[in-house]
Design a protein around this ligand. Structure first.
Ligand SMILES: Nc1ncnc2c1ncn2[C@@H]1O[C@H](COP(=O)(O)OP(=O)(O)OP(=O)(O)O)[C@@H](O)[C@H]1O
Length: 238
């Protein structure tokens, strides 16, 4: 059974059909990338999954259970987590304090430090634990944000352009981090523009165009598809 499924999902903004009859299924253990030109509706699709927008019609199922109108916090409680593009870390607190905030109400006090150390090592931030989060490099801030998003070990992690603004080395290291999470059993869905990164991590790729699923397949199938190249060149209309 799919861990996440949308059925005939629709969302309008005024006259603009931003999500159009989207039937999408994500299998447990999959690393899936969502791509598409600017304005294709990728962020809106994420916000529907997270409950930040409610659809006009259609359904969203998580683990077979309908969550179409569930509140965002209810979805988080069920095991969905998200890393947004803009870091939501506390800049005036240290790296360690940020992770403490993410963990403290969910982890027994006697294993809190152990869990923080585990996360710091995973995020390659052990040396920077006392550093103020605001002083980290752009890439390190994104990693800390990933750490906060995965602190509670969600089953499904959504990432909105996780490598935006990163150097190629940081991008590659981020891919390795996400692969490690995936090996531990996490399912991942990422909106991404960097095709080298998509190639590094994605088992499956979905192309959105004008709010509809335009193509789906492996990265090799997608990059070989001339129709997909044409939409990026603005040669395919709604
Ligand atoms: N709250 C809103 N009200 C009105 N229109 C919106 C709203 N949110 C998004 N849109 C419009 O919906 C369309 C899809 O936007 P969305 O942000 O989902 O696309 P995207 O694929 O994530 O784009 P990008 O790659 O540029 O981030 C755009 O035309 C956008 O202007």
């Amino acid at each position: 059974m799919a861990i996440l499924e949308t059925r005939q999902l629709n969302k309008h903004f005024g006259g603009l059909h931003v999500t159009g009859n989207v039937d999408f299924a994500l299998q447990p253990g999959e690393m899936h990338c969502l791509i598409g030109p600017n304005g294709a509706g990728k962020s809106t699709f994420f916000k529907l999954i997270l409950g930040e927008h409610l659809p006009d019609s259609g359904a969203i199922l998580y683990d077979g259970e309908e969550i179409t109108r569930a509140k965002p916090f209810e979805r988080i409680r069920k095991g969905i987590s998200v890393k947004f593009q803009v870091p939501g870390i506390f800049k005036e607190l240290s790296v360690q304090q940020n992770l403490t905030i993410a963990l403290q109400h969910h982890v027994a006090p006697e294993i809190l430090q152990e869990e923080i150390d585990r996360l710091l090592a995973f995020l390659k931030l052990s040396q920077d634990r006392k550093q103020l989060a605001g002083n980290l490099s752009h890439g390190q801030k994104q990693w800390l944000e990933i750490g906060m998003a995965v602190a509670l070990k969600p089953r499904l992690l959504l990432l909105d352009e996780p490598t935006a603004g990163m150097t190629p080395d940081e991008t590659f290291a981020t891919g390795e981090m996400l692969q490690e999470l995936n090996r531990e059993g996490m399912t991942l869905l990422a909106v991404e523009h960097d095709m080298a990164f998509v190639r590094q991590i994605a088992h499956q790729v979905t192309v959105l165009h004008f709010g509809k699923i335009f193509a789906q397949g492996t990265i090799d199938e997608i990059t070989a598809d001339e129709r997909v190249a044409a939409i990026y060149l603005g040669e395919v209309d709604a």
